[in-house]
Design a protein around this ligand. Structure first.
Ligand code: NAP
Length: 453
């Protein structure tokens, strides 16, 4: 992606925003469709929403996504709103029009598109929605558009469930929507398509559930949790074990992004699947691992320029974030603090980089969670170097924090013994760098990674 004076700017506003997958999806869509645009995350703090929208308009921002906690609050700053978004009372996509932005809710269309892909037909079905927040409202509109037979909205706060049911009944001139308290699942005796739309389970490893009763999960024919992180939530796990067909929220996320992209670019995108984007991204980065002195930065720079990829170096990213050198971080805060920074950064690589060559610090592999994060972020290329070459290459480099010892050679041997098996085990490709020029190493990597995959 090359940015120039004509590149159109899009973005997503929210708080927090750092976990968003939207830039990855939108920038990949733009790449695939050869559209000269860039999409970036904007952290907007409470009380700054109005200024953010006015500022975006003044800066000629062409469109925005809106996420938690602003999907409802944003409405007062819009010049127009789409009919369905108005029914839902929440907006997640802004399209630039004369004098400001018009709001749409592509969670509705995204969920519809996801259900179609999953062959889930709601017509004449009995449906339960767990939750009564913004996402539940979008799901309820989808249910009405698709012609469900009965709609039960179960929520922790009864009042909100009743309010949503009433809003649906009034908007669609019907009486099929009923608002209930969560515990009322006991009164429902049929088999149901169930949408889990609460935040329970979001970003949680413990698999919490909203309803902890196997009898409830036996009533589920198809279970859809609109949470996508983690991919298997407590709801999905329990519903699947009880025999239901299950889906998480990744398809919905993807298709709401596709519809926003369509609105912004006034085009229709057919035959695109999340896998086409997500698989592409997984293999897009090339991660260079290896011992200090193995040439990761030099090779990385050359390789990225040949491939027209971006180049990043984890040590340099940490240095710029901390505004101090790695050596100073070691000295002032200790190795553990530096390793924690590495771990935090490693978890963000997959999400934040694509089409990048990423050179990593030699010790990053000593934490198994980092190995996992790196493997998820791209293809691992291990630049292998012999002990003698390391010693020779590092002879004049006196700044390495881990080599501030009297017997440098012995220290190098010890570190190599610990790290080499890990580099070898995690590598997709091993490149022996001894006695080779940078050019030769780069060509070898390109052949292996680009041609062999
Ligand atoms: P929201 O408006 O804040 O609504 C949250 C809902 O969760 C409410 O019904 C709330 O119940 C319930 N809830 C929260 N904590 C609870 C707890 N401890 N026990 C019981 N109920 C609890 O949020 P939202 O905008 O609807 O988002 C909900 C979820 O949908 C989020 O996880 C979001 O990431 C996801 N989402 C996914 C997509 C996608 O594309 N896949 C799109 C939109 C949203 P009360 O009313 O009683 O407070």
């Amino acid at each position: 992606m090359k940015v120039n004076g004509k590149t159109k700017l899009y973005g997503v506003i929210g708080n927090p925003i750092e976990h968003t997958l939207s830039p990855m999806i939108q920038n990949n869509l733009a790449n695939q469709k050869c559209i000269d645009s860039i999409y970036v995350p904007f952290l907007v703090k409470e009380n700054n929403l109005k200024q953010a929208i006015e500022g975006a308009y003044s800066l000629n921002v062409q469109g925005l996504n809106v996420t938690v906690p602003y999907k409802e609050k944003i409405i007062e700053y819009l010049v127009a709103i789409d009919k369905e978004a108005n029914i839902v009372g929440a907006v997640n996509t802004l399209v630039r029009v004369e004098g400001g932005y018009k709001g749409y809710n592509t969670d509705i269309t995204g969920l519809s598109m996801a259900l179609r892909k999953q062959n889930v037909c709601l017509k004449d079905r009995n449906v339960i929605i767990l939750g009564a927040g913004g996402a539940a409202r979008a799901a309820a509109v989808v249910c009405m558009k698709e012609g469900v037979k009965c709609l039960y909205i179960l929520n922790r706060t009864l009042e909100k469930a009743k309010k949503l049911a009433e809003m649906i009944n009034v908007s669609y001139k019907t009486d099929i929507a009923k608002g209930l308290i969560l515990e009322d699942y006991n009164q429902l005796t049929d088999r149901y398509i169930v949408f889990q739309t609460t935040t329970v389970g979001l970003h949680s490893k413990e698999l919490p559930v909203l309803i902890d009763d196997d009898n409830f999960y036996k009533k589920i024919m198809i279970g859809i949790d609109i949470i996508y992180e983690p991919p298997i939530t407590g709801f999905i796990d329990r519903a699947k074990k009880a025999g239901a067909r299950v889906y998480n929220g990744l398809d919905m996320l993807f298709y709401q992004a596709v519809h926003a992209f369509e609105l912004w670019n006034n085009i229709k995108i057919d035959n695109i699947t999340p896998q086409m984007i997500f698989n592409n991204v997984n293999y897009n980065n090339i991660i260079l691992v290896g011992f200090m002195g193995s040439g990761k930065s030099t090779v990385g720079r050359e390789l990225s320029s040949k491939l027209q990829f971006d180049f990043h170096d984890t040590d340099k990213i940490i240095e710029s974030m901390e505004q101090m050198s790695v050596a100073d971080i070691f000295e002032e805060q200790g190795e553990e603090a530096f390793r924690n920074m590495e771990t935090e950064l490693a978890t963000k690589l997959k999400q934040n980089f694509d089409r990048s060559v990423i050179a990593t610090g030699g010790g990053i592999v000593m934490r198994s969670e980092n190995v996992q994060s790196l493997k998820e972020a791209g293809k691992i290329v291990y630049l292998k170097v012999s002990k003698d070459n390391v010693i020779e290459r590092l002879e004049r480099d006196k700044k390495r924090p881990l080599l501030q010892v009297n017997d440098r050679e012995q220290r190098i041997i010890e570190l190599l013994e610990k790290r080499n098996p890990i580099y070898t085990n995690m590598a997709d490709h091993i490149i022996d760098t001894d006695n080779k020029t940078v050019d030769e190493i780069v060509k070898e990597i390109m052949t292996k990674v680009v041609l062999e995959g």
